[in-house]
Design a protein around this ligand. Structure first.
Ligand code: TXA
Ligand code: MG
Length: 325
């Protein structure tokens, strides 16, 4: 199978309706989409990504009101998040309706739902007329794609289509908030800054190493299998550094703003102004580029622990954990 790059959303709609997979642009990263309520289609998504079936998928809807098609209950605070931040880079984990297939939720009693903001993605979901499951369109555990070229690099020959919608505006995956029996959890920091959410509904719990107290996942109480460390990794070993004294000659450097003097290897500065939004939009592209540069090691300077910096540090630390084992 060759992977065909589509320019026309209607061709994507036709393929999806026929039960085929299409990688689609969203404002966060490209997603590998298929009919979200059809178990045979969901099985194809797991196979194309080499993704274990204990890692559940996000179901994407075209309009916020469609949440009640998938969630059996929308608590008051979840409703406030929907009203204020959808469409956008926020995913909510809520109790699921019985018709949502087990394969989408990994057998959990909850379903992850997101209403994305990208106009092409919304148009496609609307025309298909059903929620679309869409994990990031990368191989399991590898760097997330923020362009159609990234998708083709990893999934060429494994999927029939990718719809080219240009570069993703936000650049990191959605923030995931879980409404679980024992509280409201930040399951993954992401493209919607955590502070904005906490300002609206109060402090979020953080899962501990063993998961959430109410976690029922198959991975030792892991209710957000996105917590697995081996996510978002380039092939090149990566370390997170806090100062230039930790740099080795020849390192490929990823930095927000400050630049090392007289360093021999490639250096990517994500934002000359130190703007985290700009940095996030270029983050995966920069990692892809350093991964291709043939350096022995990538040294990434830790981001400020605020706003989108939380999501960027999370992705860096998971990538680094893969290589320290
Ligand atoms: O921005 C995004 O969220 C992108 C775009 C394509 O929408 N999608 C994405 O999907 O990042 P994926 O599959 O790469 O990450 C989804 C995460 C997984 O780590 C999964 O474990 C978690 O969501 N998840 C899904 N359903 C869940 C549930 N019921 N409970 C807890 N975590 C869940
Ligand atoms: Mg992913």
């Amino acid at each position: 199978m060759r992977t065909v790059v589509l320019e026309n959303a209607n061709e994507a709609v036709r393929a999806l309706k026929a039960g085929e997979l299409v990688a689609l642009p969203t404002e966060t990263v490209y997603g590998l989409a298929g009919l979200g309520l059809e178990p045979e289609v969901l099985a194809k998504i797991f196979a194309a990504k080499d993704r274990p079936t204990f890692d559940p998928l996000i179901l994407h809807i075209a309009r916020p009101g469609q949440i009640s098609q998938l969630a059996s209950e929308v608590p008051h605070d979840a409703r406030r998040l929907v009203d204020n931040f959808w469409p956008g880079p926020l995913t909510l984990v809520l109790p699921k309706k019985p018709h949502v297939p087990d394969l989408a939720t990994a057998g959990l009693g909850t379903v992850a739902v997101r209403c994305p903001r990208h106009p092409l993605m919304r148009q496609v979901i609307e025309k298909v007329g059903s929620p679309l499951a869409a994990p990031s369109a990368n191989l399991f555990g590898r760097l997330s794609p923020t362009s159609a070229e990234h998708v083709v690099e990893q999934l060429e020959g494994r999927i029939p289509y990718v719809l080219d919608g240009g570069a993703c505006e936000v650049g990191v995956e959605s923030t995931i908030v879980g409404f679980l029996p024992d509280g409201v959890y930040l399951l993954r920091p992401g493209g919607l800054p955590t502070e904005l959410i906490e300002r609206m509904i109060g402090p979020l719990k953080r899962p501990t190493a063993s998961g959430t107290a109410s976690g029922t996942g198959s991975e030792g109480g892991q209710s957000a299998p996105g917590q697995l460390p081996q996510h978002y990794a380039p092939v090149t070993p990566i370390v997170v550094i806090d100062g230039w004294h930790q740099l080795l000659p020849g390192d490929g450097v990823l930095t927000l703003k400050s630049v090392p003097e007289g360093h021999g290897g490639p250096v990517i500065q994500l934002s000359a102004k130190g703007n985290l939004k700009e940095a996030a939009s270029r983050f995966f592209e920069a990692l892809h580029e350093l991964d291709r540069a043939g350096v022995p090691r990538i040294a990434a300077v830790r981001f400020p622990e605020q706003g989108l910096g939380l999501a960027l540090n999370d992705r860096l630390l998971r990538a680094a954990a893969t290589h320290s084992k």
